[in-house]
Design a protein around this ligand. Structure first.
Ligand SMILES: Nc1ccn([C@@H]2O[C@H](COP(=O)(O)OP(=O)(O)OP(=O)(O)O)[C@@H](O)[C@H]2O)c(=O)n1
Ligand SMILES: C[C@](O)(CO)[C@H](O)COP(=O)(O)O
Length: 231
């Protein structure tokens, strides 16, 4: 059986700023898009990659041809994104084949530097029978719930909190059912599965799987790549 990887990369990157869409911002001479794909391919965790991108209509095939050399023989799909991240993932689910695929990874292009071992842990957990799997890291700040007025409502016990990353791994049928049920405000795909009552399993993530969101994250990404080149 095979693994299909969906790489949501169609965001506007508003918090990052700049003219170039976030997924195409380069770090170490390569785009976040390519870095993200490399991480999945290094874990031999993608037999098909579907990029969901924000490019001018009709240029998807050109983008696919530009990306294909980085993917070797792994077939690529490139499709336009949707208004929200969940819409982009849902669009990918409509083109990713059903037959022969027993694991779907959904991996943010913005989390371009996820270590191979995290990807491997996610895939292994899906292959071990988990319907939904998320990589997580401990929370280091105290997190408080606040009211609309900005007043603290309560402080969840930090030991019960984790920060969730990608790639998230799924049984394809469960992920499709979760997206079909939909619901607004889902900031990750696991959340849609939770709404169906699906058990979501956690595996150890990594600080290196941070999400490039703000300008300072690009500095961190450059430092991370430099560090990796030293070892
Ligand atoms: N409509 C959208 C929104 C987001 N994404 C992707 O989902 C991932 C996580 O989203 P985020 O980090 O929020 O990216 P942006 O939405 O681009 O960032 P911002 O909120 O700052 O605009 C990114 O790889 C982004 O490209 C997507 O494919 N389609
Ligand atoms: C999917 C995600 O990376 C898990 O932490 C995160 O929810 C994406 O949020 P964003 O606001 O779309 O960056």
């Amino acid at each position: 059986m095979s693994t299909a990887a969906i790489i949501p990369a169609a965001g506007l990157g508003l918090r990052l700023g700049g003219e170039t869409p976030k997924a195409f911002r380069e770090v170490g001479g390569e785009s976040l898009l390519v870095h993200a794909m490399r991480g999945l391919l290094a874990a031999t965790a993608a037999d098909l990659v579907c990029f969901v991108v924000a490019v001018p209509a009709g240029t998807e095939e050109l983008m696919r041809k530009e990306l294909q050399p980085y993917a070797g023989n792994v077939p690529l799909l490139v499709i336009p994104g949707g208004a929200e991240r969940a819409d982009s993932v849902r669009a990918a689910l409509e083109v990713v084949p059903v037959d022969g695929i027993d694991c779907v990874l959904v991996h943010d292009a913005a989390r371009a530097f996820v270590p191979v071992e995290v990807v491997e842990r996610v895939v292994a957990a899906v292959r071990d029978g988990a319907a939904a799997v998320v990589p997580v890291v401990p929370v280091t700040d105290t997190i408080k719930r606040v009211s609309a007025a900005g007043e603290v409502v309560d402080t969840p016990d930090r030991s019960t909190l984790v920060a969730v990353q990608t790639p998230q791994g799924f049984d394809p049928a469960v992920l499709r059912r979760a997206h079909a049920a939909g619901g607004i405000g889902a900031t990750d795909d696991a959340m849609l599965c939770e709404r169906l009552g699906v058990t979501v399993v956690t595996v150890e993530g990594s600080e290196d799987a941070f999400k490039v969101t703000r300008p300072r994250d690009l500095l961190l990404a450059e430092a991370l790549l430099a560090e990796r080149r030293l070892v």
